[in-house]
Design a protein around this ligand. Structure first.
Ligand code: RB5
Length: 150
């Protein structure tokens, strides 16, 4: 599995911690930046990572900003992406099990690096439950493909 990872300046610290964790754990990743604390515009970085997931270049994605919210809004504009902002272990687990989320987003001004790594680990290692949740995820895809949205 290759993981797309990206951030803006507000998410740089937790992104760096997650990158370290992926290196240590042997998780393959593609880092779409940003790489410094200089102020940047989060839509640019979130879009790059989300596109990598939507095209299949990467199987999952982790995107960080100050709150995790702006990058989630961007990522969810990309067809095929199911991005969830997570702040605790329960939500990181459940968004895999019930929503089959392919991206999580986190906020560097909301959670610390240790928590971000823990949530990333849960996200990367929790399978989708399937069953009735497949029907609901399929309904999300149908909404995405509704002529209103095209
Ligand atoms: C940048 O200051 C901040 O707006 C951004 O990191 C993010 O929190 C947006 O949702």
């Amino acid at each position: 599995m290759v993981v797309a990872i990206a951030c803006d300046h507000g998410g740089l610290e937790i992104k760096n911690a997650i990158v370290e964790y992926m290196k240590e754990s042997g998780v393959e990743y593609k880092d779409f930046g940003t790489y410094t604390e200089d102020s940047v515009d989060y839509p640019e970085y979130a879009y790059k990572a989300a596109k990598a997931v939507a095209t299949g270049e990467c199987e999952k994605g982790i995107i960080c900003c100050g709150t995790g919210i702006g990058v989630a809004i961007v990522a969810n504009k990309v067809k095929g992406v199911r991005a969830a902002t997570v702040t605790n272990e329960f939500c990181a687990e459940m968004t895999r099990r019930h929503n089959d989320s392919n991206i999580i987003t986190m906020g560097g001004r909301v959670i610390d690096s240790e928590t971000a790594v823990k949530l990333a680990d849960i996200f990367l290692n929790t399978p989708f439950d399937g069953d009735r949740h497949t029907r609901r995820v399929d309904m999300i895809t149908q909404i995405e493909n509704d002529e209103f949205n095209i």
